[in-house]
Design a protein around this ligand. Structure first.
Ligand code: NAD
Length: 495
């Protein structure tokens, strides 16, 4: 499918100005067709240093942090409104850069608008406390913005994941430097344009530069001008960031990889559990941190459930995200395609069986993109790499389990701890499993959060800290204790 998309060239946004870089250019390409989508600076470490100086100067000036909460709320609300107004054009660009179906792109942008709207309201609910001692001791426990925050985001949901950071950072009164993935500079800079159009956000509050993570990303993480890193991406990069940030002991939030278990008991509403299990792994071609990449099915229903699951996987319409009937798009890049196919081979080498899919799609127009069939592995054993490692592709490992204890043991046999799903009608089972599985989120008879009011984040090597909800806001606030001795103060005033 050809699109009439005009390739735009973007600049960095620093101190309220659009700036060229002395570095080269990065180009994003449509993973469904290979066609160029956007060009942006391959920024240098000097660009990063300059952007951080602007963010630091602006934070220290108090231009944003000392505004009234109602003013910050108004500005955030305006950004949310602008996303909703521009959603048609933005979703096409998001699909072009990521390959995700248009409906998912709209869903992502709606999520971003909802999140910013939520944090607009949360900005007005930052409150401290006054513990009661009695006598002349008075303590004020107050919350202050952390400072200059670097927001480093991946490509898979570039705008919603950025809003999860930007919303609370701006609500708290921080200034930010945004560093998007090299795969999604166009959609990120279009989003930054919306922020630049909001008069209530002074220049220097929001800055954004594009470029490679290994150079500009490392420079940002290392810089003493940064107070906090809020990162979403792979566990491997998260570990590097933590190491680099350690030299200046800056605060670090990490939202990293996952290997979530979708646990289906025999008493579940299987008519609802089946499409959810299919959707939770194959949505975004498995390129979702919370993908249900390990499907655990109780042995009493294993055969009948799997028969239907395989049928549903085979019926998924794979294609260009701009086609209205597309349900699953391509992988993001050739290197991701190689990585996923490498995992498929490793599963076969280790003795697991592919019972559906397993190949790259090379028919017609799809041969131009990085399309892989929805792939089902059975006969999987727990030590296998396909069971243990995050594949980030449309590949699911299916295992049977006996009872609650068995399901918990299988689900916990991973270094990850991001999320998971449990399907059952028994409250006893639900409570036992949801308390036994060590993940930051456990969805019961559903998949994904109902709204931005609740927290999301990982146990174990899935991350540090929480995003969304008031928990996500607290990550961008410092706590200060102001301790007063009232008698002394009064005495001095009288003298
Ligand atoms: P990635 O780790 O390769 O890159 C993420 C971001 O970090 C990019 O902007 C990249 O340029 C930057 N980066 C790379 N090296 C860096 C360095 N040394 N210093 C600073 N920045 C650096 O991840 P990706 O491939 O873009 O995204 C996929 C990963 O993200 C998956 O593992 C997925 O599970 C994870 N993810 C997690 C969540 C979550 O909420 N837990 C959500 C979405 C994606």
């Amino acid at each position: 499918m050809q699109t009439k998309h005009a390739v735009k060239t973007y600049s960095n946004y620093v101190g309220g100005k659009w700036l060229e870089s002395k570095g080269g250019t990065i180009e994003s390409r449509n993973p469904a067709t290979g066609a160029p989508v956007a060009r942006a600076p391959s920024s240098t470490t000097d660009d990063a240093a300059h952007a951080l100086e602007e963010a630091r100067r602006t934070f220290d000036s108090g231009a944003w942090g000392s505004k009234r909460p109602s003013e910050r709320a108004k500005a955030l609300g305006e950004v949310s409104d602008l996303i909703r107004k521009e959603i048609e054009d933005l979703s096409v660009l998001l699909t072009l850069e990521t390959g995700k179906p248009l409906a998912d792109a709209k869903g992502e942008l709606t999520n971003a608008a909802n999140v910013l709207e939520y944090y607009a309201s949360a900005a007005r609910h930052i409150v401290g406390r006054v513990p009661r001692y009695g006598g002349s001791d008075v303590s004020l426990v107050v919350h202050e913005p952390v400072g200059v925050c670097a927001l480093i985001v991946p490509w898979n949901s570039p705008i919603s994941l950025l809003s999860w950071k930007l919303g609370p950072a701006l609500a708290a009164g921080c200034t930010v430097l945004v560093k998007p993935s090299g795969y999604t500079p166009g959609i990120t800079m279009e989003f930054i344009k919306l922020l630049s159009a909001v008069e209530g956000i002074p220049p220097g509050v929001v800055n954004a530069i594009t470029g490679p993570g290994e150079t500009v990303g490392t420079e940002i993480v290392r810089s003493p001008l940064v107070d906090k890193i809020s990162f979403t991406g792979s566990t491997e990069t998260g570990k590097k960031i933590m190491e680099t940030a350690a030299s200046s002991l800056k605060k670090v939030n990490l939202e990293c990889g996952g290997k979530s278990a979708d646990i289906i008991f025999d008493d579940a509403n299987l008519d609802a559990a089946l499409p959810s299990a299919v959707w939770s792994i194959f949505r975004s071609a498995g390129q979702s941190c919370n993908a249900g990449s390990r499907l655990l099915v109780q042995d009493s229903i294993y055969d009948s459930f799997l028969r239907k699951f395989r049928q549903a996987a085979e019926a998924i319409h794979v294609g260009n995200g701009l086609q209205p009937d597309t349900e699953m798009g391509p992988l993001i890049s050739e290197s991701q395609l190689k990585r996923v196919m490498g995992y498929v081979q490793s599963g076969l080498d280790d003795g697991a069986r592919i019972t559906s899919g397993g190949a790259r799609i090379l028919e017609g127009e799809l041969s131009k993109g990085y399309f892989v069939q929805p792939t089902v592995f059975e006969g999987v054993e727990r030590p296998m790499r396909i069971f243990q490692e995050e594949i980030f592709g449309p590949v699911v490992c299916v295992l049977p389990f006996r009872d609650e204890d068995d399901a918990i043991a299988i689900a916990n046999d991973t270094r990850y701890g991001l999320a998971g799903d449990v399907w059952s009608r028994s409250l006893t089972r639900i409570m036992k499993v949801s308390q036994g599985v060590r993940t930051g989120t456990l969805w019961v008879n559903r998949h994904l959060n109902p709204g931005p009011e609740v927290p999301f984040g990982g146990y174990k090597q899935s991350g540090l800290g929480r995003e969304t909800g008031m928990e996500g806001l607290m990550e961008f606030l410092q706590t200060k204790h102001i301790s007063l001795q009232l008698t002394d103060s009064f005495d001095r005033v009288r003298r």
